[in-house]
Design a protein around this ligand. Structure first.
Ligand code: SAM
Ligand code: SF4
Length: 389
């Protein structure tokens, strides 16, 4: 059993709510996002009804986390956020110390105090950069000064604050990135997520890259930036607890993320939200996907009572469950528990390949646990692929 946010995770149940609307769409983003159109409150009504339907499926369990993700859930009216929290309390109830978290854009900083009063205790703030030129290139609707104001507003409204940063844009030097990351680490936030810019197919950045533009650094520079990230975070007392996530203490770690990375159970409501249930059922996990487009999700809840897409319910084959758990679990600092993996999926990674990866310095083994070494973390996905049967 692991611990995060001061909670023992064990048999924790998470609730993820996807709010898909954004004031504008960033050119690098491939999340399920839309500009708000029509009756936005109809989506809230559908989400509340979908939650009630989910309660019938989960039975009586208590929530260890409620996470408002997006999109931009800081665009939700604070009264709507409060209704979601009250409904979750009524339907399931929260464990003592449960995490209620929300992802926010700095542009919405004027409503942070009200969002805090609505019951959110952890804010994850999309700062991305403290350099105005980089922010403009990323298509963000805030500048560095507004990001700093947003951090101050967040620190006074929420018990826990996390700052999201993006690095490895073309031309970024280790010095320039270290200055930006240093500011995030010294901002007062207890958690920093440092994501390497990924060029996603189908996004504006993806199309510009296809036309020959270079928007991200090459592999060698990315490795230098990654190493600088690890060193700077460690020297500021923010060790990595996952490949891209750094926390000052156990209590600053994200419960929501750990449930997801460690193969726990969570429900997904809202357009395109994913869920996983049945980790301890012994019959394999069930994966759920809600209808992707807001209008389809609203129609599905109104017609069938549930937002799950027609083909959105699947019992994972043991091998698929193993692949998913290995990819996510190995990114966490404590690594994978092979005994737990075998007990939950009935399958095991390739023992010979694990020994080889240990010999090559990419993995470490202690009893039933395998984890990435620092060198292995640079190639996390490749190492994981190597050890899968
Ligand atoms: C789903 S976004 C939501 C947060 C919020 N809407 C915002 O933009 O600040 C969560 C985080 O994912 C990261 N992210 C999204 N797309 C990315 C990409 N293509 N490469 C690297 N990081 C990305 C950003 O740091 C972002 O803050
Ligand atoms: S990065 Fe955030 S604000 Fe930008 S489109 Fe994606 S979810 Fe919306």
């Amino acid at each position: 059993m692991t611990e995060a946010g001061g909670l023992q995770l064990g048999d924790a149940l998470g609730l993820y709510l996807h709010w898909p609307y954004c004031a504008r769409i960033c050119p690098y983003c491939d999340f399920n996002v839309y500009r708000p159109k029509g009756d936005v409150e109809a989506l809230l009504t559908a989400i509340l009804a979908d939650m009630a339907d989910w309660r019938g499926k989960t039975g009586a369990r208590r929530l260890a986390s409620l996470h408002f993700g997006g999109g931009t859930p800081s665009l939700m009216q604070p009264a709507w956020i409060e209704r979601v929290i009250d409904t979750a309390e009524r339907l399931w109830g929260f464990e003592a110390g449960a995490e209620i978290g929300l992802e926010a854009n700095p542009a919405d900083r004027a409503r942070f105090a009200a969002i805090g009063r609505a019951g959110v205790a952890r804010l994850s703030l999309g700062v991305q950069s403290f350099d105005d030129t980089v922010l403009a290139r990323l298509g963000r609707d805030h500048d560095a000064g507004q990001a700093r104001e947003a951090i101050d507003a967040a620190l006074s409204a929420f018990a826990r604050v996390s700052v999201d940063m993006i690095y490895a844009q073309s031309g970024q030097t280790v010095d320039a990135w270290s200055r930006e990351l240093g500011e995030a680490l010294e901002s007062g936030a207890g958690h920093v997520s440092a994501y390497q810019l990924t060029i996603e197919p189908g996004t504006a950045f993806g199309k510009r890259t296809e036309r020959g533009e270079t928007l991200a650094v090459d592999g060698d520079s990315a490795a230098d930036l990654y190493e600088a990230t690890q060193d700077l975070c460690a020297s500021h007392g923010f060790p990595a607890y996952e490949v891209s996530n750094h926390a000052r203490s156990l209590a600053d770690q994200s419960v929501h993320n750990r449930i997801y990375w460690e193969g726990g159970d969570w429900i997904g409501v809202g357009p395109g939200a994913h869920g996983r249930l049945g980790q301890s059922s012994g019959r394999g996990r069930v994966a759920t996907t809600a209808c992707r487009r807001p209008a389809d999700y609203i129609a599905a809840v109104s017609n069938a009572g549930s937002g799950i897409a027609v083909d959105g319910l699947e019992r994972l084959a043991p091998e698929d469950d193993l692949v998913e758990r290995a990819f996510l679990g190995l990114r966490v600092i404590d690594g994978l528990d092979l005994d737990h993996l075998l007990a939950t999926t009935g399958c095991a990674p390739d023992a010979g390949a694990i020994d080889r990866m240990v010999g090559d310095g990419f993995l470490q083994r202690a009893g039933a646990r395998v984890k990435l070494t620092e060198q292995g973390r640079l190639l996390a996905d490749r190492v994981t692929r190597e050890i899968l049967p």
